[in-house]
Design a protein around this ligand. Sequence first.
Ligand SMILES: Cc1cc2nc3c(=O)[nH]c(=O)nc-3n(C[C@H](O)[C@H](O)[C@H](O)COP(=O)(O)O)c2cc1C
Length: 185
Amino acid sequence: MRLESHSSVATVAHDAQLRPVPRLRTCGCRGFFPELDLHPKGQEAMDHQVKGGGNSPVFQSDMLCFTTDARMEKLSQLESSGHAIEAVFWLKDLMTQWRIKGTAYAIGDPKRENERQEEASSRHPANLVADLSDPVARANFRVVVIKPEKVERLDLTYQEDGKRWSWKLTGGSCDEDAEWNQTEV
Ligand SMILES: Cc1cc2nc3c(=O)[nH]c(=O)nc-3n(C[C@H](O)[C@H](O)[C@H](O)COP(=O)(O)O)c2cc1C
């Protein structure tokens, strides 16, 4: 599935009095983990520099991804807030808003040994930098994976009669047991 869109991404920060405060920013959506859309230059770099050229299309998930730089504040905010995140997409052509609530985790830190997703995440730097050997870009590049827990859809096709649906993930922490339960609100 190709998702060429931007979302508003909210995290929780803390002010000087340690009160929780919202922080919001725009981020580009890179699709669902682990299969991501790559910039053609990035794909070329991947083919040359990464063994196997990246991920084979074997796995699928409900986990949306965006890329970021480790020096941005959102990563420390995730760490200090139980990884809480919310993302909102407004798809004007479809007159539909999607809201995704869950937790998010950054992967791709080259300093972390035995990181199981290392090879998978190595696909992502190609979205931003063509030269994957650039040490600064490589060291700071992260993929943020959103594990959704609740999803809401608002359809404003007929504005006087907006429709809302909500899905909640239930049935256990293992992905095999998990189920999306839909309700119309
Ligand atoms: C159109 C647009 C797309 C953006 N895409 C991203 C993105 O994919 N990842 C990202 O970390 N920041 C992206 N940014 C920058 C963020 O909005 C934000 O300014 C930056 O990440 C620093 O935020 P933070 O310090 O709160 O983490 C984008 C900004 C704009 C305007």
